[in-house]
Design a protein around this ligand. Structure first.
Ligand SMILES: [Zn+2]
Ligand SMILES: [Zn+2]
Length: 351
């Protein structure tokens, strides 16, 4: 197998070639057809997340060990399976659920492996899909992609699922309620596809990039450029003077989180998703006096991913723009993502 591997934090990925692994028992070996490049791969390569001020959260302190093959948005074709695997066949094309856990804790028992405290996520704690092969520890992590093409289906494992998981936490909302979505990049675009199937509430997108907002406006969404000094007034023109019921913050830095919090009406919810880093300072009495909720959202469960793939397939949801690049370009793709040159998603493929 040939893989683009992270050998040292802060350094470019390195190509490595070794013999294909042999799947044992419940394991399955897949030939990678496509693998999405995700923003969190950048944090992985850098080796840290930015916290508030100058503080950093180092990924090695979260248990990430090198060398590692990144890539957690993987669609592949089964080429070999362990002796105890009967649910899938060689030749099947499947999406890999990457947020796997220890299999022994309470959250894993509740089928929320994404919340496991000893995570074993593929592409983060175990080798992922920046490779022509991926070894999946159990066939139960393989999901049907129905009639979706591998290039479009792969990004639902992280970006799509993250957007879906956040939206599910923002609802239920009534028709007259307003939902603000901060960030119209990759996650925001997935949210724009899905939100109409989950709520009839008014949706207002906030972003600094006028071109992204133009696209969303064409799709019928309200938009406000967050470089304006009168954002709150602009949002209230849509939501009414009391404020908005839910805010999803896909950026989640110091500026956006306090902006999102300030837009909430009583009993409102702020859902923090992005990993751009920062800190939110709030006067504690405001939380109780206004009965507000702040909560985080991290990816989603296997059943939510299955639900999402069915929703996308059944409703023929238009795909988020995808730029396909060869696996060899993994590192350049990360650089372009880092400098904001990517609209939509980059997907690595042999093509
Ligand atoms: Zn667990
Ligand atoms: Zn991701």
């Amino acid at each position: 197998m040939k893989s683009a591997r992270l050998v040292e934090f802060g350094q470019p990925l390195r190509w490595e070639e070794k013999a294909d692994p042999t799947p044992n028992d419940h394991e399955v070996l897949l030939e990678v057809i496509s693998c999405g490049v995700c923003h969190s791969d950048l944090h992985l390569r850098d080796g840290y997340y930015q916290m508030g001020g100058t503080e950093k959260l180092f990924v090695k302190d979260r248990g990430v060990k090198l060398p590692l093959t990144p890539g957690h948005e993987v669609v592949g074709k089964i080429i070999k399976k362990g002796s105890k695997v009967s649910s899938v066949q060689e030749g099947d094309v499947k999406l890999v659920y990457p947020w796997i856990g220890c299999g022994a804790c309470e959250e894993c028992d509740l089928e929320n492996p994404q919340l496991c405290s000893v995570p074993r996520s593929l592409g983060i704690y175990q080798d992922g899909g920046y490779s022509d092969r991926i070894l999946v520890p159990d066939a139960k992590w393989l999901l049907d992609i129905y009639d979706l093409s591998p290039e479009y289906a792969c990004s639902y494992a992280c970006a799509g699922l993250t957007a879906y998981g956040a939206l599910k936490k923002a609802i239920p909302l009534k028709k007259n309620d307003s939902l603000v979505i901060i960030g119209a990049g990759g996650l925001g675009m997935f949210a724009s596809q899905l939100v109409g199937f989950l709520t009839e509430a008014k949706v207002i997108f906030l972003d600094l990039e006028g071109s992204r907002l133009e696209k969303l406006k064409e799709l019928g969404f309200y938009t406000v450029n967050s470089s304006r000094s009168d954002i709150a007034e602009e949002v209230k023109k849509v939501s009414g003077s009391l404020g908005v019921s839910s805010v999803i913050d896909f950026v989640n830095n110091t500026t956006t989180s306090s902006l999102g919090f300030s837009l909430l009406k009583k009993n409102g919810k702020l859902i923090s998703v992005g990993l751009f880093g920062g800190e939110l300072k709030i006067p504690t009495p405001i939380l109780s006096l206004r009965s507000l909720t702040i909560r985080g959202s991290y990816t989603g469960s296997p059943s939510e991913l299955k639900e999402l793939l069915q929703l996308v397939s059944k409703n023929k949801i238009r795909p988020v723009p995808v730029e396909i690049r060869n696996f060899r370009e993994a590192d350049f793709a990360l650089n372009d993502l880092s400098s904001g040159k990517i609209l939509g998603r980059v997907v690595l493929s042999e093509k």
